[in-house]
Design a protein around this ligand. Structure first.
Ligand code: 13P
Ligand code: SF4
Length: 303
């Protein structure tokens, strides 16, 4: 393991590369990342890095966003199987059909979408700023794609707008049930419950707070409480244990994203040594998708 890490560190220098990693990556991949974060934080890091090469340890749409924000840089995605099933739930043709049904309604695209879908959107958002972004739009009717649960979460705070939802969902977060959380709360009555807004509405109602992955980390680190039930992908617990030592953390069963776990240290080493797998996108898609992504970054985070 140490040899592999040394190899990665050496290759990283040679390639003048930076490694960006999502909070759901395997522990050993988290440990070699230069930056860890949520989708919003990683987009910001990608937009301001001066490295020549970005190795993106996350799912496909995240690596694509890094490329859109840095068309002149080489963006490597170490394992092509690391794909987000939610992002595959909306395509351009069906989105355009929905747009035709609601003429004039702007499209807010969760970053968990493919580059060609982003190219059709007015503004992107992540779980860290979805509420803020929808609130900032002057329009009374908004199309929100593709996560129904995040859209329903936003609707709680934006009563003066009609949000047209898309039937997309995250298979990992809909696996987290209210019963799982109740069972954990019964065993740990003093624990605070933190969940991701991709969870179902009954789970969000039962939780104390809903945040992006980075928001959950910030909350746990800053809180005076000692015990927390974490309703999101369980690899989050590695970073939490490191940044909030001494806190007691509990995770529901089955909260795993197999797609995020595809990337291994060997994949990262091979990515840097063979310069694989390069994200390539048509220039027109990059040009159009960059607009909603940059608007999202300008808006900042709210959680
Ligand atoms: P965050 O932006 O909160 O890190 O979430 C990304 C994601 O894929 C959640 O499932
Ligand atoms: Fe996609 Fe869900 Fe995995 Fe996040 S946890 S990458 S939304 S499948």
């Amino acid at each position: 393991m140490t040899d592999l890490r040394d190899e990665i560190s050496e290759l990283k220098k040679q390639r003048r590369a930076v490694i960006l990693g999502h909070n759901y990556q395997r522990q050993e991949v988290q440990e070699i990342a230069d930056f860890l974060g949520d989708s919003y934080g990683l987009s910001v890091q990608a937009s301001k890095t001066d490295a020549k090469v970005i190795v993106f340890c996350g799912v496909d749409f995240m690596a694509e966003s890094a490329k859109i924000l840095n068309p002149e840089k080489t963006v490597l995605h170490p394992n092509r199987r690391a794909q987000c099933p939610m992002a595959a739930m909306v395509d351009v043709k069906s989105l355009n059909e929905l747009k035709a049904e609601h003429p004039g309604a702007p499209v807010v695209a969760y970053v968990n979408t493919t580059a060609d879908v982003k190219a059709e959107a007015d503004i992107c958002c992540t779980s860290a700023n979805a509420v803020k972004i929808v609130q900032s739009l002057p329009d009374k009717k908004i199309i929100f794609i593709p996560d129904t649960n995040l859209g329903l979460y936003v609707q709680r705070f934006v009563k003066d707008k009609e949000i047209i939802l898309w039937p997309g969902y995250c298979p990992t977060h809909v696996n987290i049930t209210k019963m799982d959380l109740q069972e954990l709360k019964r065993k740990h009555p003093d624990a605070e419950i933190l969940v991701h807004p991709e969870c179902t509405p009954d789970v969000i109602d039962y939780a104390d707070f809903a945040y992006s992955t980075e928001g959950i980390i910030r909350h746990v680190v800053a809180s005076k409480k000692k015990e927390f039930i974490i309703g999101t992908e369980e690899n989050m617990l590695h970073r939490l244990r490191k940044e909030a030592p001494g806190k007691l953390l509990y995770a529901p069963p089955n909260a795993t994203c197999p797609n995020m776990r595809e990337i291994t240290l060997e994949d990262v080493r091979d990515a840097l040594s063979k310069m694989q797998y390069k994200i390539e996108l048509p220039p027109d898609i990059i040009r159009r998708a960059k607009v909603p992504l940059e608007r999202m970054i300008e808006a900042g985070r709210s959680q």
